[in-house]
Design a protein around this ligand. Structure first.
Ligand SMILES: Cc1cc2nc3c(=O)[nH]c(=O)nc-3n(C[C@H](O)[C@H](O)[C@H](O)COP(=O)(O)OP(=O)(O)OC[C@H]3O[C@@H](n4cnc5c(N)ncnc54)[C@H](O)[C@@H]3O)c2cc1C
Length: 422
């Protein structure tokens, strides 16, 4: 992995400081009187709320989140593979409240961009000057015949962490030795491009120790996938004969009762079936009118992350239409650009030049980590990769190199969740 040049490296380093992001507090700023509502307290929204409050301690920052506890998708494959418990994934919002952020546990049902109001399920309407939307993804139910919310209770998606993660982990633990675990991978773009393949790896690791006669089949409409070479090399090294990937064969229909999966080419019988449906921006983004109906995602101005369709609404995280991978790291990086832009606008100051980063670690075994890194810059209104930057872990690396990457994966998780939840 390389970082293009000294200038990019310094920009990256600078991105860690409040001053470089234009987020540092000012005295007697007009921004202090503004009201900002953040919707969604996940990888994008929690960071946006915290940095807004750090930048303008007097500003009224309200975070609206439907769940009292946030359950992280990153590292949830470790729970599915029996390596970690749900506690490892679960966080509360107390530190945000102590920071002075008003946290409301409720569901946003409507946003009126003209009146600049948000209506929550309990009936209240709240005003905002700026609204940050980080609602994550929802599923395209109905894309696969037979797969709906009821079917997900038998064939879990486990692509929003929580009860679905517990359900899938339990099914895998209860499965007989010699059983078949089928993963139906979604089409691009989707949350966490390497996620289905990391899941296969960690379940294979569990099978190898507890149910060695069992097999994993990945059914995929795609013909290539994220970090493919590294995954395939890791599978050959650790899971020869356990994991089979069938690319270019779309899942058309499922039959939850019999746990059968029908692709264009064939019928598969599973014992545990994990269907990860195709995805689009979270429902509230559609209700707010910030979604491009032809893509299902939210177009934004990458200098600010303001919606291209509605003024004063900013969209960050998985819901955005962007060349960045839909990852927690991308959401974190976008939140900081967005906060910096909101503060600059309120303070009548120029925007800072955005540099956006993403690093995504995956585990093939608990001691075998691999990664991909990207650095994006804004050129003519478009986000593009900084030439020569980023990259993936090397092929044929030593076991020690892979072990260190697995440690970095856990450090990454500790750092990013501490930044979110304190
Ligand atoms: C198995 C798996 C593994 C992953 N591993 C990694 C990884 O290793 N590294 C990485 O960087 N990323 C990883 N990801 C991706 C990461 O989880 C997402 O990219 C990230 O969560 C996106 O952040 P977000 O803020 O857009 O959405 P989320 O984190 O999902 O947050 C959205 C929040 O909005 C709330 N919400 C939605 N609608 C409303 C509403 N109407 N009212 C109130 N609240 C609402 C939800 O309850 C939720 O808390 C993984 C994903 C999966 C599925």
């Amino acid at each position: 992995m390389t970082i293009a040049n000294r200038r990019d490296f310094l920009r990256l380093l600078g991105s860690a400081s409040l001053v470089a992001w234009g987020i540092a507090p000012r005295r007697a700023s007009a921004a202090a009187k503004a009201k900002v509502i953040v919707i969604g307290g996940g990888y994008g929204g929690a960071i946006a709320a915290r940095y807004l409050k750090m930048g303008e301690p007097e500003m009224e920052v309200t975070l609206i989140e439907r769940n009292k506890r946030y359950v992280s998708c990153p590292m949830s494959n470790e729970v599915v593979g029996g390596e970690a418990s749900m506690d490892f994934l679960t966080f509360g919002y107390d530190k945000l409240e102590r920071q002075g952020i008003k946290v409301i546990f409720d569901t946003v049902e409507a946003i009126d961009p003209q009146a600049r109001t948000v209506r929550i399920k309990s009936g209240k309407t709240l005003n905002y000057d700026s609204c940050v939307l980080s609602p994550g993804v929802d599923f395209e139910w109905g894309d696969i015949e037979g797969y709906d919310e009821a079917a997900a209770q038998i064939m879990p998606h486990a692509w929003k962490a929580g009860p679905q993660t517990v359900l899938l982990a339990k099914q895998i633990q209860d499965m007989k030795d010699g059983g078949t675990f089928i993963i139906c991978a979604p089409d691009d773009p989707f949350r966490c491009p390497p996620g289905p393949y990391e899941r296969a790896s960690l379940v294979a690791h569990y099978f190898k120790r507890h149910k060695p006669k069992s097999k994993i089949i990945i059914l995929d409409n795609k013909t290539k996938f994220s970090k493919e070479g590294l995954f395939k090399q890791g599978w050959k090294q650790h899971y020869e004969g356990i994991i089979t990937w069938h690319g270019g064969d779309a899942v058309k229909r499922v039959e939850p009762k019999t746990r059968k999966v029908f692709t264009e080419a064939q019928t598969y019988q599973g014992d545990v079936v994990n269907v990860i449906p195709n995805q689009l921006a979270g429902k509230i983004a559609h209700l707010a009118g910030v979604v491009d109906k032809s893509t299902g995602w939210c177009p934004v101005d990458f200098a600010t992350f303001e919606s291209r369709l509605q003024k004063n609404i900013y969209v960050i995280g998985d819901a955005t239409e962007s060349p960045m991978p839909k990852s927690g790291y991308s959401a974190n990086s976008q939140a900081k650009i967005c906060v910096s832009a909101i503060l600059a606008r309120l303070r009548n100051e120029p925007l800072t030049e955005p540099a956006l980063t993403n690093t995504c670690y995956s585990l093939i075994t608990p001691d075998h980590g691999i990664s991909v890194a990207h650095i994006f810059e804004l050129k003519n209104g478009k986000l593009s990769l900084v030439p020569g930057s980023g990259g993936v872990s090397p092929m044929d690396a030593t076991p020690e190199f892979r072990r260190l990457e697995s440690i970095y994966a856990h450090s990454w998780y500790k750092n990013i969740t501490t930044e979110m939840f304190g």
